[in-house]
Design a protein around this ligand. Structure first.
Ligand code: FE2
Length: 225
């Protein structure tokens, strides 16, 4: 089932989605700063839930997702070690899916690194940067070539392999974003979409896995011109 969107409604949606995006990034940064060396996987999630409550988020289109260190390759929280604590040199991911009071879905995700990025944390910082660069390059390619979701993810997959990384597509496949719930508009994944990608309406997800480091980086944001 898909709900048609009229042009007027569409421009309103665009505007409101950008507000939701900005607010989502704002609270993601707050959560990222509260997760510190020694915070456990279990407590990190509690921190995210608390910050979201303080920001009047009553509904999530996907629950807040946090992964510390060795938990970063997992997308299923039940597979994670809940007692794992953030080390002095470490990496962690935050991914939020709030529904804001304007009923718009936000969806942003980012990787954080703790420790000295010039020394012991350089390996984690390289992975984080590679994920962010992959997102930026994919966005540029989409802007230039207006290619389909399938083609974009295919290109990202080859780029990841060339650089010695993996692009696991078990869950981080991108999707539509909209007024809640977007699944009524388009239930499929961006990586499976065989037509061009409309601005403001899709979230590009990049999970980049380093098989030697056994850690993943994650970055996601709205695709907009
Ligand atoms: Fe997300």
């Amino acid at each position: 089932m898909s709900i048609p969107v009229t042009p007027t409604k569409r421009s309103e949606l665009y505007r409101e989605l950008l507000v939701a995006r900005e607010e989502s990034w704002r609270i993601l940064k707050v959560i990222g700063e509260k997760i510190v060396v020694g915070t456990s996987q279990r407590d990190a999630l509690k921190i995210a839930v608390e910050v979201m409550k303080e920001n009047k988020i009553q509904r999530h289109w996907h629950p807040p997702f946090i992964a510390l260190g060795a938990n970063t390759p997992f997308f299923d929280p039940t597979e994670m070690d809940q007692d794992l604590r953030l080390q002095e040199s470490d990496i962690f991911l935050v991914d939020l899916g709030p529904v804001w009071p304007n009923q718009m879905e936000g969806d942003v995700g980012q990787t954080f690194v703790v420790g000295d990025i010039a020394k012991e944390s350089a390996k984690f910082f390289r992975l984080k940067s590679a994920g962010e660069q992959m997102f930026a390059d994919a966005r540029e390619k989409w802007l230039r070539e207006k290619l389909s979701g399938q083609a974009l993810y295919g290109w990202m997959n080859s780029r990841a392999k060339e650089a010695g990384f993996e692009l696991p597509l078990n869950d981080a496949k991108g999707h539509q974003i909209s007024d809640f719930p977007h699944k009524l508009r388009y239930p499929g994944k961006l990586s499976e979409k065989d037509s061009s990608i409309e601005s403001h309406f899709w979230v590009l997800e990049v999970q980049l896995h380093d098989p030697i480091l056994k850690r993943s980086a994650f970055y996601e944001d709205l695709l907009w011109e």
